[in-house]
Structures are given as C-alpha cells and as structure tokens.
Design a protein around this ligand. Structure first.
Ligand SMILES: Nc1ncnc2c1ncn2[C@@H]1O[C@H](COP(=O)(O)OP(=O)(O)OP(=O)(O)O)[C@@H](O)[C@H]1O
Length: 623
C-alpha cells in the first residue's frame, strides 16, 4: 500500500532501441559465408581509403608484406637444407660446417623479416592517424551539412552514434588489414613447404585452425549484436553525461537536488547496457569452448600424422624436423589469419554503419538548385506556406501568406508553440515548406543555393551558442570582415558590452570558456548581448532575432531596440518577442495562433481590434 508518506520511486530511464524502422541490423539475415565474403571488400575499402591518404606509405606497406612472405619461404627452405646435415652422420663440427651456408641464409632471412616488420609498422603508423582524422572529419562535415530538417528524422541520432563506432574502428583497420595480409603471405609460404612434404599435413592444419576462425567470427557477431542493442542507450547516456557534468548546468543540477536522480538514471542506464553485455557472456563461452575443443582434436591429429610419417619412414628425419618448424609457422600464421580476419569482419560491420550513415547524410544534403539569392532583397513573400515536423499531427506553420519589405521591422508575437520560430526558419530557408513558397524578390528559396541565402542572413536564435572561443571569434564567428578590430568593437558597442569586454583579462582575446585553462565566463544577459552583436556584426540584409532580449536588463533591451531601429532602413528585420511592449517599435506586428497568422497591423490598430494581441497586452499589464 502506498501513501503520501512513502517516497515515490524515481522513474527508470525510458527504453530506447536502435531498431526503429530506419535502423536495420546488417547482421540480421547474413550467413557465415556471406560474412566471410565481406573480407575482400573490407580489404579493398581499407586500401582505397589508405591510398587516398598516403600512397607512399601504402606502397611501402605492400613491399614489406611481400618481403616478409619471401623471407618466410626462404627461411623454411633453408631450414630444410640445414636439417639434413645437422641430423646426419659424422662429427658435430663437420655437420655444422656443411649446414653453415643454409644457417647464414636463415640468419639473413630472419634479420630481413625483422627489419621489414619494423618498416611495415612504421608505414601503418603513418597511415592510421590521418585516416582516422579523415573519417572523423567526414562524419562531422556530413552532420554539419545535412538539411536542418534531417535532425528531426527518426533514428538520425542513433545512426550517427552507430557510425561514430566506425570512425573509432578506423584506428585499427589498417593494422588489422596489414596483419591479415601478412598472415596470408606467411601461410602461403608455409603451406607451399608443407604440401611438398605431404598434402595430408596441410589439410589437417587447416582443420586445426578452422574451428578457431569460425569461433572468432561467431563471437564478433554476438559482440556486434550486443553493440547494436545498446546503441540507443549509449547515445542517450552520452548526452546525459554531458548534461550532468557540464558546468553550464551545474547550478540547476545542484540547487534542484537533481544529482541523486541523475546518478540513479546514469547508473540504471549503464547497468542496462551491462546486463545486455553480460547476457552474451555464456554464448561467448560456449562458442570458445566448442571451437577450442574441436581445434585441439584436429591439431592432435596433425601431430600424430607427422609422427606416423616419420616413424614409418615415409619422410626422412630432416624433412620431419623441417615439418615441425613449418607446422609451427603455419599454425601461428593461420591463427593470425583467423584472428585478424575476424577483426576485419568485426570492423566491417562498424564501417558499414559509418558508410550507411554517410550515405544517409549525403542524401539529406541540400539539393535545392543553383539560383542565387538576391544580394539585398527588397521583399520576401510567403505564399500559403505549410510546414509540419516529422511525427507531428498538425502543421507548425499552416497556410501562412505574408510579405516582408526592406526597411520594415516586423514583430512576431503569439503564445508558446504557435509557430513563430518555425516561421522565421522558413523565411530564411533553414526549413523548406512542405507546401507553398517562400520567395526572395521572386527567387524561390527552395531552388536557390542555400549558401547564397545564408550569406545574407543573420540569426539570433532562442538557444544560441556560447562558443568556447575568444570574444572576437564569438562576435565574428570566424568570419572577420577586416584585418582590424574596428567593426568588432562597433558590434560590441552596439550591445553595450565595451566596458565588460575591456575588463576581461585579455579583452577581445579572452577565451570565453570557464572550463578551459585561462578561460573567463560571462553572465547570461552578457552572453545574449554577445549573441546579438554577432548578428549585428554580419550587417545582414535579412536579420532575424528570436527573443533577443529575454535575458537582458532594461537598459540593454532599450539599447538593443534603439540600435535595431537605427539600422533597419536597409534591411528586413524580424523580431520574435513575448514582451508586448517591445512591439511598439515595430512597423508591423504579426500575431500567430496554432501555426496561422490571425492578426496583422500596427501596435495601435491591434490594440483597438480586440483580438489575441490586445488580450496578451492586457495580461502583460495585469500585474
Ligand atoms: N524540432 C522540432 N521537432 C518537432 N516539433 C517541433 C520542433 N520544433 C518545434 N516543434 C513544434 O512545432 C510547434 C511550433 O513550435 P515553434 O518553436 O515554432 O513555436 P514558437 O511559437 O516559437 O514557441 P515559443 O514561443 O515557445 O518559442 C510546436 O508544437 C512545437 O512542439
């Protein structure tokens, strides 16, 4: 029986899986043969990626592999030649002397193999870091370049998380491929020698190692299944880790007593991930035991066959001794082949996720057309514009027709969720309408190169970046207009931030990141002023401010609107605001309700009309 006195248990984290209808486990229907068949394509993919990065190192790596293989073959041949005199009749000194040429060849082959192995690892070390950097940069760029609407698609974040694993695996893929190739070459050399001795030996050896190969691939499969089941949870856990530990939210977390819940939540999620991982352990153990037992039995048979061949006189003692070396060598090469083959197969699964995400992102890169947005648009016309977010029942913006003119300041007001922010994003082409048209001086934004549109826009969003960069870059966003700081100071002045910036330890050079060594922090309102200065610095022909003064003091707000008004004559300015008093400065006010524009007009007109605007105004006065 629960009562108000018994503490209510905290809710556990929601169950999240990557299995939404866009996520498809590539292992779902793959057979063992199909999986093995992936290896050549992974090898090819690795080669192509590495070739693009550093051809000389790839060539060096290939030459090294061939030399290592040849050295292994020469070593075995020379061992066979040395064994005959060493195991023969006569004085020890004479036997060693006649084996000497072969022994020297062995020493040279061993030395050569060591040197080339070192060179191969040097070449691999040169390829891997830039390869990983390239894969990582490709990922970041792919995400930065997609249409903003793609972020809302189901499975986007989970697919991205799965793809990140592919980026991490690139750190191992060249080494795995190199070791795999080296094993193939060593195998070929040893197998050649063994086949000459007795074909049965080779067959038995393959049988001895094959179970381990099957086991490694089966284990990789189980491991990937676990990874796949955990992708969603790991994604959320990673995000939650940031939210729980970032200094930006430290006050909220502490003062609201949330630490306990966050830790419970984090641990529950981690334990759920661990439970899935541990549930796989018995399966992995069964695979390991079965395959080791089978492999051991076949290996025993291989040694027994060799003993039988030697005892029955079918091969000489010298040949049998060489066979021992060849068996050992091919056994280790086969094990290497199997374990790196499995590792490559494993990597291929993650690379497939990475590839599929990059393709998914490429399909969502803007493909709008080659029209150029006008340099300084005279008017932006919205014609029956409709936009609905994925998985939403109703459009956020519904059949809106509106004309915005240069020199005009338009204020957009309306209750929370009425579609104001979405409307501003449609005006500047961040989203494209599902129906209807947004045109800048007649140029359809949906058919214009988005870069030409965004070169002409400045946006202060509700949630703006507090970039861990210097003050200067926080204003210019890395797009300086001049070699000197005059325009930066103008933008800083316009929002009343000169004195606070001058008081910072290094002025415009001060790093705005308290977490980083030497960084400083601004207050919430000061950050918002900096965000506004960014938009002013750009001097854009289309300026959009979404609740730009929500955190500012009265002086800052007054200053901001005065500046906006002063610079409004040669641009289209749109201000979204909840402070009805602020709309006095606008030439026109647009009122939104449930995605529709229900009223338009001047401050006085709307007050008189008795609609939602006058109601909101009355509420704002009723304190
Ligand atoms: N990224 C998104 N994905 C899905 N739905 C969204 C997204 N952004 C907004 N919405 C939905 O679209 C509708 C309009 O949201 P919008 O942010 O445009 O409203 P708003 O008028 O700016 O609200 P506020 O005054 O709270 O800022 C809301 O129902 C909201 O839930």
């Amino acid at each position: 029986m629960s009562s108000d006195a018994t503490p209510v248990p905290p809710p556990p984290p929601a169950e999240i899986t990557f299995a939404g209808h866009f996520g498809k486990n590539p292992l779902g229907g793959a057979s063992f043969r199909q999986m093995c068949a992936r290896l050549p394509s992974v090898l090819g993919q690795t080669c192509r990626m590495a070739w693009r990065i550093d051809r000389r190192s790839v060539l060096l790596l290939l030459v090294c592999q061939i030399v290592i293989g040849l050295a292994a073959a020469v070593l075995l041949g020379a061992t066979s030649r040395a064994m005959a005199p060493i195991l023969g009749e006569g004085r020890a000194a004479d036997r060693i002397e006649s084996a000497l040429p072969a022994l020297i060849v062995i020493a040279v082959a061993v030395g050569l193999a060591r040197v080339t192995t070192a060179l191969a690892s040097y070449a691999e070390g040169r390829i891997t870091p830039p390869l990983t950097t390239a894969a990582d940069a490709d990922m970041v760029e792919a995400v930065c370049r997609v249409e903003a609407s793609a972020y809302g698609e189901e499975g986007f974040a989970d697919r991205q998380e799965a793809a990140e694993m592919g980026v991490m695996r690139t750190t191992m893929m060249v080494r795995d491929a190199q070791q795999f190739m080296a094993a193939v070459i060593r195998m070929a050399a040893a197998a050649g020698v063994l086949t000459v001795l007795h074909p049965l030996m080779l067959a038995l050896l393959v049988l001895a190692v094959l179970p381990a190969g099957v086991g490694a691939v089966m284990s990789a499969r189980v491991d990937y299944e676990t990874h796949y089941a955990n992708v969603g949870d790991r994604n959320v856990r990673g995000m939650m880790r940031w939210w729980a530990t970032t200094p930006k939210l430290a006050d909220e977390v502490r003062a609201n007593g949330m630490t306990g819940y966050l830790m419970f939540w984090y641990r529950s999620l981690s334990e759920r991930i661990d439970r899935r991982t541990l549930a796989m352990a018995p399966r992995l153990l069964r695979i390991a035991l079965a395959t080791s037992a089978l492999g051991g039995a076949f290996l025993l048979a291989a040694w027994a066959t060799l003993a039988w061949l030697a005892v029955s006189g079918r091969v000489g003692l010298g040949v049998a001794a060489t066979a021992v070396v060849a068996v050992q060598s091919s056994l280790s090469a086969l094990s290497q082949l199997v374990s790196y083959g499995a590792a490559m197969f494993h990597t291929s699964l993650y690379l497939a996720d990475m590839r599929s995400f990059l393709d998914f992102a490429a399909e969502r890169a803007p493909r709008r057309g080659a029209l150029t947005a006008p340099e300084r648009p005279e008017e932006i016309r919205l014609d029956e514009v409709v936009y609905q977010y994925p998985n939403k029942e109703a459009p956020a913006v519904d059949r809106v027709s509106l004309t915005l003119r240069r020199g005009e300041v338009v204020a957009v007001v309306g209750e929370n969720g009425s579609g104001k922010s979405t409307l501003t994003r449609l005006i500047i082409g961040l989203y494209l309408p599902d129906k209807g048209k947004v045109a800048w001086d007649g140029v359809d934004v949906a058919a214009a190169d988005p870069d030409t549109v965004w070169r002409r826009t400045g946006l202060v969003p509700q949630f703006f970046g507090q970039w861990p960069l210097a003050v200067r870059e926080n204003v210019t966003l890395g797009q300086p207009r001049t070699h000197h700081d005059t325009p930066v100071w103008e933008a800083v002045d316009a929002v009343g931030m000169r004195a606070p910036v001058e008081e910072l330890p290094h002025g415009l050079d001060t790093l705005l990141a308290r977490e980083l060594w030497g960084g400083s922090e601004l207050s919430g309102g000061q950050w918002q002023r900096i965000a506004c200065s960014r938009a002013l610095y750009r001097r854009p022909p289309v300026l959009i401010l979404d609740e730009p003064t929500s955190e500012m003091d009265a002086r800052g707000e007054h200053r901001m609107f005065t500046v906006l008004k002063a610079m409004a004559h040669d641009r289209i300015t749109i201000v979204v605001t909840h402070r009805i008093e602020n709309t006095r400065m606008a030439d026109r006010i647009v009122v939104m309700e449930r995605g529709r524009v229900t009223e338009q007009g001047s401050y006085e007109d709307l007050l008189r009309s008795g609609g939602l605007f006058s109601e909101l105004h009355a509420l704002s006065q009723d304190r």
